[in-house]
Ligand binder design. Structure first.
Ligand code: SF4
Ligand code: SF4
Length: 445
């Protein structure tokens, strides 16, 4: 694709980057076939190619973000399916990230939209506030029947309430600053990201990861000062807030790296993993953090990647349990981790079935299912239908957002991959049994 940036514009490193990404696009349109919003809405402007044209026009002509650009960029899930498909290697993520920042800086959204987004970015990344909000959500459920009459704002509130768990799990027992010595001979030392939303919505996931890692000889630390990775606000175009959150994590992890050392920074939420692996880019122009961010990014691994390195022994405990593996977009398209989770589950004896249209997003995508509830619901129903077609006993995923989104549309239990592995390799009842009995039915324990 030809571009028409002036030399003066190209002096800006962001524009230079956008220029080199745009030049790779050959307009072939292959990406349209795998873009969830194009498949659902059928509008070229809701496809990767259409959005690329909108972004190109905005950047080349140094325009403020228009209502049209904002509408179509807001509808993008940042699922990055288009990047996996693109034969020319177009780094769409860089373009859409820039577009979101420009929208945030130059477009004045309607008042309710502004308030809603401000509320989400002030609550979701902070554990205590999020927990408090979930408590209030329990009280707000009574309002659901009347919310439909209040347009998009009502639908957003309804979507938010629907995603809140009916029963708030007990507070995570993992305290910042603790470390857990492994059983037997030590094979490694990792920091496990406790993060924000997941540790409130389902602290059992990290407990399962902790048990599993300990069982196989890995010391696990939870450094003081670690918190939200910044992904939630980064996807809302709030670059400064994202960097502030990321800096706190980098400081916390660097203390461990330079202290007793870390073999890896392990994440159990693939959305966070994708963002942390991109910290080097986020801080590329920050002399105080560029090097530290690059070290942190290089050490970051999804829990499935790290477990694969440990070469776990085969187990038969998962035999006769059919698992539909849902590949989170952030894991398969963002981090390109595709083999490890399935290989680990199969090694533990589970019968793993691929889900048709596995490359298509479930509609979760950070805060997307709250901000774009109608498209998100369509994508969820599409995903749940595809999952049902493989008749699983249980659904496995590696991202809390997907787990909550899919669980809101099915009665089949949806668990994190590490919860299934913890059960397969554990002596005790798995933590997920607290959800009301074995998810695998009679005869499987
Ligand atoms: S597949 Fe790649 S090169 Fe083709 S239109 Fe899409 S982004 Fe451009
Ligand atoms: S990131 Fe996903 S929704 Fe956005 S353009 Fe690419 S494929 Fe479509």
């Amino acid at each position: 694709m030809q571009t028409a940036f002036t030399l003066q514009q190209l002096a800006d490193p962001d524009i230079q980057e956008a220029d080199s990404v745009l030049r790779r696009c050959v307009h072939c349109g292959f990406c349209l076939a795998t873009c969830p919003t194009y498949l659902e809405l059928g509008n070229e402007l809701d496809s990767p190619r259409g959005r690329i044209y909108l972004i190109k026009d905005m950047l080349e002509n140094d325009k403020r973000a228009s209502e049209e650009v904002t509408t179509h960029i807001d509808r993008c899930l940042s699922c990055l399916s288009c990047m996996t498909t693109c034969p020319s290697g177009v780094d769409y993520m860089r373009l859409v990230d820039q577009a979101r920042v420009r929208i945030e800086k130059t477009y004045r959204r309607p008042l309710l939209d502004r308030l809603f987004r401000a509320l989400l970015s002030a609550i979701l990344p902070y554990r205590r506030r999020f927990r408090m909000a979930l408590r209030l959500a329990g009280l707000g459920r009574a309002l659901v029947p009347v919310l439909n009459g209040f347009g998009l704002a009502g639908r957003r509130l309804e979507a938010m309430l629907a995603l809140a768990p009916a029963r708030l799990p007990a507070r995570s027992t993992i305290k910042p600053g603790v470390s857990f010595t492994p059983e037997g001979e030590q094979r490694g030392r990792v920091a496990l990201l406790n993060g924000c939303a997941q540790s409130v919505l389902d602290p059992g996931i990290n407990l399962a990861a902790l048990r599993l890692l300990s069982r196989f000889g890995v010391e696990v630390v939870f450094p003081k000062g670690e918190a939200c990775c910044g992904a939630i606000v980064h996807h809302m175009g709030r670059a400064d807030q994202a960097r502030r959150l990321a800096r706190a994590n980098i400081d916390a992890w660097m203390e461990e790296i330079e202290g007793e050392g870390l073999d890896a920074i392990v994440t159990t939420t693939s959305g966070c993993g994708t963002t942390i692996k991109d910290y080097a880019h986020l801080f590329r122009d920050d002399p105080a953090y560029a090097e530290k961010a690059a070290r942190v990014a290089a050490l970051t691994a999804d829990v499935s990647e790290y477990l694969a390195l440990l070469k776990l022994p085969p187990s038969r405990r998962g035999a006769h349990v059919v698992v539909a593996y849902h590949a989170a977009c952030s894991l398969q398209h963002g981090q390109r981790v595709t083999r490890e989770p399935k290989a680990l589950l199969m090694n533990a004896g589970f019968e793993v079935r691929d889900v048709p249209e596995g490359h298509i997003c479930c509609g979760s995508a950070g805060t997307y299912n709250i901000l774009q509830p109608d498209i998100a619901e369509r994508l969820r129903d599409r995903k749940v239908g595809n999952i049902a077609s493989v008749a699983p006993d249980v659904i496995a995923a590696g991202n809390i957002g997907c787990i909550a989104q899919i669980a809101s549309g099915t009665h089949v239990p949806v668990l994190h991959t590490v919860e299934l592995l913890d059960w397969a390799y554990g002596d005790d009842e798995a933590d997920f049994l607290r959800r009301g009995g074995s998810p695998f039915g009679e005869g499987v324990s």
